[in-house]
Design a protein. Structure first.
Length: 288
């Protein structure tokens, strides 16, 4: 079982790396340095020996247990993607390995390209023999030091952010290569629209469903929008605020390209718009 130890670099903008692994039947140790960037959890590395540039992203981590790293290696204008699961101990949860495998597949990595390592114990640099084989198979990973393993801060996760501010952000697919269908709030049109999310980084304007998006980002201003069924042909019963009548009414939503004046229950519509009928009657009549 190999290890990866991260430490303080020679300069303030670098992190030192010490990789110990079995190669060709002999335990070897390689030292290097990752260049920090202005994006938390993103590091650059250049190997002059191989003429290769590696950009690494700490995509997911809970700091005390594991980290999933996405690496983009570029050589001779060709780029490949590698995903690794690092654990602080040689044992990791089965559920975590399943999540890692799914993430790798989402990045376009083939099933038969996802492999595991056999735990033969930690090797000692310079020695050719290693401890006897342990039968349990594990996803390829190394061990991180406690202090330096948590390269990702909370801002990397699209879910961990002030939602009110996030609703004003532009959509951000992130640097990963997945094709995950998500919703973002278009502040200009006051509608939730679909986009393809790569699977890592991005920002908080990122929702699994249109309902979640609308209920998080929609404001009272949506009540002043015209009722919009959209061009699709689904038959979905929703509620909307009819400014001409000054009350919430039902309508058929086609399933796409609507706007924020679309509510899932009468109660929800009234909570947003119910008081506008009298107070804003004159304004609503003009806007309609």
């Amino acid at each position: 079982m190999g290890t990866l130890v991260l430490g303080v670099g020679e300069t303030s903008d670098t992190i030192s790396t010490t990789s110990t692994r079995l190669k060709g039947g002999k335990c070897t140790q390689v030292h290097g340095a990752y260049q920090k960037t202005n994006i938390p959890g993103k590091f650059n590395y250049y190997s002059p020996k191989w003429g290769m540039t590696i950009v690494s992203y700490v995509v997911y981590t809970n700091y005390n247990e594991y980290a999933i790293i996405l690496m983009r290696k570029t050589k001779n204008a060709e780029t490949s993607t590698t995903v690794k699961l690092y654990g602080r101990s040689p044992e990791v949860r089965e559920s975590l390995m399943g999540e890692f495998r799914q993430f790798a597949l989402d990045q376009g990595i083939l099933e038969n390209s996802i492999f595991t390592l056999i735990n033969k114990g930690e090797c000692v640099p310079g020695e050719s023999q290693v401890p006897s084989e342990v039968s349990q198979m594990r996803i390829a990973r190394s061990v991180l030091t406690k202090e330096e393993g948590s390269g990702m801060d909370e801002s990397i996760s699209p879910q961990v952010i002030n939602k009110e501010a996030a609703c004003r952000l532009n959509k951000d697919a992130g640097p990963c290569l997945g094709m995950n269908s998500r919703f973002f709030y278009n502040f200009s049109s006051m509608a939730c629209e679909t986009f393809n999310y790569g699977g890592c980084f991005g920002n908080g304007n990122n929702f699994f469903s249109e309902k979640e998006c609308l209920q998080t980002c929609r404001t009272e201003a949506a009540c002043r929008l015209q009722i919009k069924t959209g061009p699709c042909r689904a038959v979905k019963n929703h509620w909307a605020f009819d400014s001409s009548q000054g009350k919430c009414v039902t309508f058929i939503y086609g399933g796409c390209q609507g706007n924020g004046n679309k509510f899932y229950t009468e109660k929800e519509c009234k909570e947003y718009c119910g008081m506008l009928g009298d107070a804003d009657e004159e304004f609503l009549a003009v806007s309609n």
